[in-house]
Design a protein around this ligand. Structure first.
Ligand SMILES: [Zn+2]
Length: 257
C-alpha cells in the first residue's frame, strides 16, 4: 500500500513538465530518444506519429538481432552461439549491432525507441559506447493507474485496423465507427480494472530507478499523460523540438484530427 501512495505522489509531481536545453550541443550529434509510457497512455500511437513527423526510422533491438541471425552475418553467428547456449547476449555485442544500424544514413537525425532501454545497466553501457556519437533524450508519459483505468472504460477499438478511440480525449468522428475503415467499433473487455491497475503500477515501479537515473543525468522530460491525446502529443513535439533543435514536419497533424 505504501508503494501505491508513493507512485501516486510521484506521478502527481511529475505532471509538471521540466525541460532541459543545452544550446551549445544542439544538432551537433544525432539524438537517441527513449519514449516510455504504460499501456493505455497512448505511447505506441505517439511513437508512430513521432517517427513520421521527425523522420526517425523504426528500430528495435530484438528484430534487429533476429535479422542478423537469419541473414547469418558475423554478428548473427555470434548472437546465435549465445542464444543456442541459452545465454543472454553480452551488452557489447548487442550494442555493436545497434551501433551498426544507427550508423546508416536514415539515422542522421537520430532514432526513437519505445520502452527501451529497460535497465540502468544497459543505459550505462549505451552511454559508454554510444555517447561519443549520439546524445540522449528521454520522454516519459506519466499517468496514474486510476486515470488509465478510467480511460480504458471509454476505450473502443476497431477490429479491422486496430485503431483505438477514447471518449472524450480522442473520439471517433462518427460515434461508434472507425474513421479509417468505417467499421463498427468494439469495447475491449479483456482487462478488468484490477488487472490494469496492477499492470500500470508494475510498469512504473520497474522503471522507477531508471527514470530517476535519467533525471539525475538531466535528460528526462516528464509529460503529463492525463490530458487529451492532442495536448499530450503537442507537448511531446515541443519537448523534442526544444531539446534537439530538430523541427517536426507535423505530417500526422491532419490524420490525427
Ligand atoms: Zn478501422
Amino acid at each position: 500500500m505504501r508503494f501505491v501512495f508513493g507512485l501516486t505522489l510521484a506521478l502527481a509531481t511529475s505532471c509538471a513538465q521540466i525541460a532541459y536545453s543545452n544550446d551549445a550541443e544542439v544538432v551537433s550529434k544525432p539524438y537517441l530518444i527513449f519514449l516510455y509510457g504504460a499501456r493505455g497512455s497512448g505511447r505506441a500511437g505517439f511513437a508512430v506519429r513521432l517517427r513520421q513527423d521527425f523522420a526517425f526510422p523504426d528500430i528495435s533491438l530484438a528484430p534487429l538481432i533476429s535479422n542478423h541471425i537469419l541473414e547469418e552475418t558475423p554478428f548473427g553467428q555470434k548472437a546465435r552461439d549465445y542464444l543456442f547456449k541459452g545465454i543472454e547476449l553480452p551488452n557489447e555485442l548487442s550494442l555493436a549491432i545497434l551501433y551498426e544500424r544507427l550508423s546508416q544514413p536514415d539515422c542522421l537525425r537520430g532514432a526513437l525507441f519505445e520502452d527501451f532501454p529497460q535497465s540502468i545497466e544497459y543505459y550505462e553501457a549505451m552511454k559508454e559506447q554510444l555517447s561519443p556519437y549520439f546524445q540522449f533524450l528521454v520522454i516519459s508519459i506519466n499517468a496514474s493507474d486510476d486515470y488509465l483505468v478510467e480511460r480504458s472504460e471509454h476505450r473502443m477499438v476497431c477490429r479491422t485496423c486496430g485503431k483505438v478511440y477514447v471518449e472524450p480525449t480522442s473520439p471517433a468522428k462518427h460515434k461508434g465507427y472507425c474513421d479509417i475503415c468505417l467499421e463498427p467499433l468494439h469495447r475491449r473487455l479483456d482487462d478488468s480494472p484490477e488487472v490494469i491497475k496492477a499492470r500500470v503500477q508494475n510498469y512504473y515501479s520497474q522503471l522507477a530507478s531508471l527514470l530517476s537515473k535519467y533525471r539525475k543525468d538531466r535528460i528526462l522530460i516528464d509529460i503529463c499523460g492525463e490530458r487529451k491525446y492532442e495536448e499530450i502529443y503537442h507537448d511531446i513535439i515541443n519537448a523534442v523540438e526544444a531539446n534537439t533543435g530538430i523541427r517536426a514536419t507535423r505530417a500526422t497533424q491532419e490524420v490525427a484530427k
